[in-house]
Write a protein that binds this ligand. Structure first.
Ligand SMILES: [Zn+2]
Ligand SMILES: [Zn+2]
Length: 288
């Protein structure tokens, strides 16, 4: 059994901005969204059709969502996966739009952690071990992201990427909102693929050719990965910075109190040696 978790950005604001940017004519925003959702449905159905025992988990990540797992092919009673996926994504976006979430940062960590746990659970309970040994993977995660920035979740996500790598879970990223250094690192650490989509027409092609199981996918890798860390104080990528010796948080400049864990640091300035006052009337020491 191979589990695939598809994590879709659930920010209604971001999807709205994306549809407005990618529309051909004014008023065609709905077409863009329909195309994107259909591509996700087709990709999910291809995964389910590759083997009878394959599992599909569909998640949405974002603020104000009561239900993050939108569809589980193993537990669902409805045999029509397409309608369940479309209904799930639309419901998540509707819920997010009423929550007043207008963040410019993605909220991915909690959903990614849940997806890793579910894949691990399915791999442990799975009885068909032959497919697992052929592909060399216990599961895959495909992140369809819109917001390239993840704010203060940098260190949390990095830990999750290493955890996924340790458990042989590959993370593929399809970014609809431009390049993201953090998600590039996710793909590189877990031997996945990072791909930026410039045209909505490219989304189904990229999903079908780059995000399928490793044994049958197009394995052309991207060129360079930006491995700079983001500072916790300004959430900007830094080449040289300070690291907290307690929590390993990266800071772009010296701070007396770590903004992440509250540890207090002191600068030890070397003391100047005081000159001894010369005694009045003392004979000057002979010079050589
Ligand atoms: Zn900073
Ligand atoms: Zn700290």
């Amino acid at each position: 059994m191979t589990s695939l978790a598809v994590l879709v950005d659930g920010s209604a604001c971001a999807w709205g901005a994306f549809a407005e940017a990618k529309r051909e004519k004014p008023g065609m925003e709905k077409e863009v969204l329909t195309r994107a959702f259909r591509s996700i449905v087709t990709f999910s159905n291809v995964h389910l059709s590759l083997a009878q025992s394959n599992q599909l988990l569909l998640y949405a990540y974002g603020n104000g969502m009561s239900k993050k797992l939108l569809y589980d092919s193993v537990r669902s009673d409805n045999p029509d996966s397409s309608s369940c996926i479309i209904k799930g994504i639309r419901g998540a976006l509707r819920e997010n739009s009423t929550s007043g979430d207008a963040r410019k940062c993605g909220v991915l960590a909690a959903t990614l952690a849940t997806a890793i746990c579910q894949i691990r659970k399915a791999a442990t309970l799975g009885t068909n071990k032959s497919e697992e040994t052929i592909s060399g993977q216990k599961g895959r995660i495909v992140i369809i992201s819109l917001l390239p920035d993840f704010g203060s979740q940098h260190s949390l996500l990095m830990n999750l990427f290493f955890s996924a790598h340790k458990h042989d879970i590959c993370i593929d990223v399809v970014s609809l909102g431009g390049s993201s250094a953090l998600l590039q690192q996710a793909a590189d650490i877990t031997a996945g693929v990072f791909q930026v989509i410039h045209k909505i027409e490219d989304l189904p092609r990229i999903l079908m050719t780059r995000c399928l199981p490793v044994s049958i996918r197009d394995s052309t890798s991207f060129t360079t990965v930006d491995y700079r860390a983001a500072c916790v104080c300004h959430e900007k990528l830094v080449s040289n910075g300070w690291t907290c010796s307690v929590c390993l948080a990266v800071l772009c400049s010296f701070m007396a109190i770590c903004p992440s864990c509250g540890a207090v640091f002191k600068i030890t300035v070397p003391r100047r040696k005081r000159k001894r006052p010369t005694e009045v009337g003392a004979a000057p020491s002979p010079r050589p």
